[in-house]
Design a protein around this ligand. Structure first.
Ligand code: MG
Length: 251
């Protein structure tokens, strides 16, 4: 074995701080192999990476429920699910913590309403922290409530909206808040790409999303569901998956 590994790296180098491995260590485990997914088009959803947990594949809504535990009442057709207004928010049955999330959405092609009333929905990490979904293509509203805003806290760095009716994507890197007992040790940190454009880069959230109030942390579990909002508009979703983030193997 030693002979096989010889040539892959070095053993006369210093040990890396915080690690059992040396610089260029030939014995350091190889990264896991993951088959990357495929990109979506307007016509068709792409495929998730091979190690992703698929929350919605365009057909099966059994992984979702309403707040009271009842089965999904949103419409599923043509490879997407659509908010049925007044049925309420939906939660993934899966609960998870730090992760990479991919989700695609489309605001109604037929424009109606303005400001917060146009194509409003939301993606709530751990069921508590909203990345705003809204049709802000030529639709101004308050900045911290615009498309891809961390609602009530941070406007997106830019407005990367596509036209209503077109599919849009959020790619989110999520690190949940960390508590030691009742004490907040580290706030939630979030990075968001909207249609491939960075709109938040390591933003530190001030607490769970609030409306017209300041956010405030309270101790919470280390995992939670993904929640999608019924804000009264028939917004569509497709191709929803996540990959748990487990960090580096320091040995
Ligand atoms: Mg919303």
């Amino acid at each position: 074995m030693a002979a096989e590994k010889k040539g892959l790296g070095y053993d006369d180098t210093p040990v890396l701080p915080g690690s059992v491995y040396k610089v260029h260590d030939g014995n350091r485990p190889q990264p896991r192999v993951v088959a990357p997914g495929t990109a979506s088009t307007q016509q068709q959803a792409g495929r998730a990476p091979s190690d992703a947990v698929v929350l919605f594949d365009g057909v099966d809504g059994s992984g979702w429920e309403h707040k009271d535990g009842s089965a999904l009442k949103w419409k599923i057709e043509n490879g997407y699910m659509e908010v049925v207004p007044k049925t309420g928010n939906i939660s993934s049955k899966k609960q998870f913590g730090d992760c990479q999330i991919h989700i695609e959405w489309a605001a109604p092609a037929e424009v109606s309403g303005s400001s917060q009333g146009r194509g409003n929905s939301g993606v709530f990490l751990m069921g508590l922290y909203e990345v705003q979904v809204l049709d802000c293509y030529d639709n101004p509203t308050y900045a911290d409530g615009t498309t891809a805003a961390l609602y009530g806290q941070y406007p997106p760095l830019v407005n990367a909206c596509r036209k209503p009716g077109e599919w849009q994507a959020y790619d989110i890197l999520w690190v949940g808040p960390k508590f030691n007992g009742d004490t907040l040790v580290c706030p939630a940190v979030i990075t968001v790409l909207h249609n491939g454009v960075v709109v938040h880069h390591g933003a530190q959230l001030q607490g769970p999303t609030q409306h017209k109030r300041l956010a405030e942390y309270k101790p919470q579990p280390a995992t939670g569901p993904l929640v999608l909002q019924d804000h009264g508009n028939p917004v569509r979703f497709r191709n929803i998956w996540y990959r748990p983030l487990t960090g580096y193997d320091a040995g």
